[in-house]
Design a protein around this ligand. Sequence first.
Ligand code: PAF
Length: 271
Amino acid sequence: MKIFKDKQTLQKEISKTNGISFVPTMGGLHKGHISLIKQSKRFKLKTLVSIFVNPKQFNKERDFRNYPRNPKNDLKILKKLKINYLYIPKYKDIYGFKPKQKVFLDKFSKRLCGRYRKGHFEGVLNVVNRFIEIIKPKYIFLGKKDYQQLYLIKKHIERRKIKTKIIECKTIREINGVACSSRNLNLNKNQMKIASNIYYYLYNIKKKIKKNYNLFNINKIKKDLIDLGANKIDYLENYNIKNFKKLKKASKKFNLFFAYHIKNTRLIDNI
Ligand code: PAF
């Protein structure tokens, strides 16, 4: 595994390859990232992983400061996976140039997390657009846990006619059902149990409302989540995942999207 801390040496190296499979991360690596990397390796190009905690996608300074960082463990995982390249840029490497492409922000960015984290998706698309210009990857691997992010990145790529292809990867869960996330590192045992109970509760709700949409009683569900130990619910919404139209009745392909807080940790998922 070759490690790069500046883009000039990275670009020199990757110009010799016949294409890059790219897994962007903010570190705090877990089973979800491992699964993305394993998928990337199946594509038989060189796999490049980046670790960059992007300050521009945090709407709160405290959230940025508390974001889990575990560089030693990250390095151990990546070495074991035998990735080809690791890119750990400094802020200036990413933000010290003017990108050729303007970010396209689809209107869906105003929904779900966009309503609760002002500027978040602008920040995500800004950094992803810059990574694409630096690396020019053939593929980018993204997880469906962050479905809204994945959708918005796809829309940007489509609108700007960028040649990179997004590979959608399934959500990886802990044995207790909770979606793998770097933020889980901030949960203690009891909080993890709460997250697990919430997952199973909502999993069953989804099964029920698939049969009878009238059972989707949002106020009752929110109250139950608080009783289960959540401190605050940001949203609980059903969307048709093909076109991201909000659901009024059960359809074949819909997901229940939710975001909630356990103490200071904000968790998102979709089922
Ligand atoms: O999903 C993430 O970890 C981040 O949003 C990403 C895509 C690496 C951009 O900073």
